[in-house]
Design a protein around this ligand. Structure first.
Ligand code: HEM
Length: 401
């Protein structure tokens, strides 16, 4: 037992790491065990199995890896199905805090699941590669070009997409490494991006996170308790197609032009968004969670929330109800040749149909939102993320079997 292992002085370190003396069988046993005494951040587990995949409606973790794979030439529907079966089984183990069966690297030894989530999606090209073009959802039609786009095709799209999030960076990297190794000969990485959010416990009470412009970001997201949450985020159950219970992810690497942004006065920065920086309260009054009043005028007769304020232009009320769930990670990849930080938002937007979510909203933002002048969209991907699976099944089974 683990207790015995820990009791064998010198054989196993306090956190379960084998430091010598223990035989191979004991070492393997130690590797498979989740430390029973874990509390706090490491102990939290998100279920892998369920109606929807994880990593969508649950809150974004402190560390994220987004990556896309392209299927190897010669790959077909059967090899893709085998890969999704392998990946699903492993994701279920890792999310439960268990080491993967077979060869493990030991990177996440000692740690609990740490809210790990692994989410799988299919890009447009996947369906051609696997002879499944007739099953490609209409909602996967390419996103339109926007005037503010400066997209790097090499860092965009891809046959398969994997989103990994965890509150511990070693747990997140471990999942990334295990899944990449398991891709084997079937698929190879196309691009990968790393992001972060505030660490759990960093603030006195749980709060909406901040982005790298310093704003409280995520306040007016659809909430799982909203009556229309499922309709906005998930493909309806009665759609009868393999995407029932799934969602569409729009992934954009949005660099922030931080040097220009930081030159704005606080007042200008707040006007650009339409919310106060300190506490996220709308400029129409109240606290962070007070509904935004887009029709309120100030004493001077001007709109409290400016005509080009980001929250006005992006709001469902301004876009015939178009809405999405934003679940982003910040990124910082060092400095560019011009000295500017290569930093911003790995924007991930979830919706039942991007043609009624991201596309109309981004069209409007692109035409005249005060924030867009401080952003550069540098890569883009659109992925069909199927519903979750039951134990014994794998993600995408209804498409691939
Ligand atoms: C709201 C920042 C890009 C859609 C907000 C808010 C902030 C913000 C601070 C107010 C707080 C909140 O309700 O979450 C940013 C930054 C971006 C960015 C820094 C880029 C780096 C986008 C993009 C879209 C978008 C590309 C969609 C195409 C929205 C929506 C809201 C929102 C729908 C809520 C509006 C409402 O109903 O009040 N954003 N945003 N944002 N943003 Fe963005």
């Amino acid at each position: 037992s683990r207790r015995r292992l820990l009791g064998t002085a010198g054989a196993v370190g306090a956190a379960g790491l084998v430091v010598g003396g223990a035989g191979g069988a004991l070492a393997a046993e130690a590797v498979r065990e989740t430390p029973a005494e874990l509390t706090g951040v490491g102990a939290k587990a998100v279920p892998f199995h369920g109606k929807h995949q994880s990593g969508i409606a649950d809150s974004a973790q402190a560390h994220g890896h987004l990556l896309a794979f392209d299927l190897a030439s010669g790959a077909d529907r059967r090899s893709a199905a085998a890969l999704l079966r392998r990946w699903s089984a492993t994701a279920a183990e890792l999310m439960a805090g268990e080491a993967p069966k077979g060869d493990d690297t030991g990177i996440a030894l000692d740690a609990g699941p740490s809210s790990l989530t692994v989410t799988f999606g299919f890009g447009r090209t996947f369906f051609d590669r696997t002879g499944l073009a007739s099953k490609r959802p209409a909602a996967l039609e390419p996103l339109p070009a926007f005037t503010g786009d400066a997209l790097d095709a090499k860092r965009g799209e891809g046959d398969l997409w994997v989103q990994i999030g965890a509150d511990d960076p070693l747990v997140a990297f471990h999942a990334l490494r295990v899944l990449q190794k398991q891709a084997g000969d079937a698929a190879r990485p196309r691009w990968q991006m790393n992001g972060f959010n505030r660490a759990p416990g960093a603030t006195a009470k749980p709060m909406t996170g901040r982005n790298l412009m310093g704003q409280i970001d995520g306040t007016n997201n659809p909430k799982p308790s909203d009556p229309d949450f499922a309709a906005r985020v998930f493909v309806p159950d009665d759609s009868g197609d393999w995407m029932a219970g799934g969602s569409y992810a729009v992934v954009r690497r949005i660099r922030m032009l931080l040097d220009s942004w930081d030159h704005l006065s606080l007042e200008r920065q707040e006007k650009v968004i339409g919310r106060r920086k300190s506490d996220g309260a709308p400029l129409s009054g109240g606290t962070e969670t007070t509904p935004v009043d887009l029709n309120k005028f100030g004493a001077d007769g001007s709109l409290a929330i400016a005509g080009d304020a980001h929250v006005r232009v992006a709001a469902p009320e301004s876009n015939r109800g178009a809405a999405m769930l934003r679940r982003a990670f910040s990124f910082h990849d060092g400095y560019r040749d011009d000295g500017a930080p290569d930093a911003g938002l790995l924007f991930v937007a979830w919706q039942a149909d991007p043609r009624r979510g991201f596309v109309p909203v981004q069209r409007k933002l692109d035409r005249g939102d005060g924030l867009s002048r401080f952003l550069s969209h540098e890569s883009s991907g659109l992925f069909a993320v199927p519903g979750g699976c039951a134990p014994g099944e794998y993600v995408g089974q209804r498409l691939l079997e």
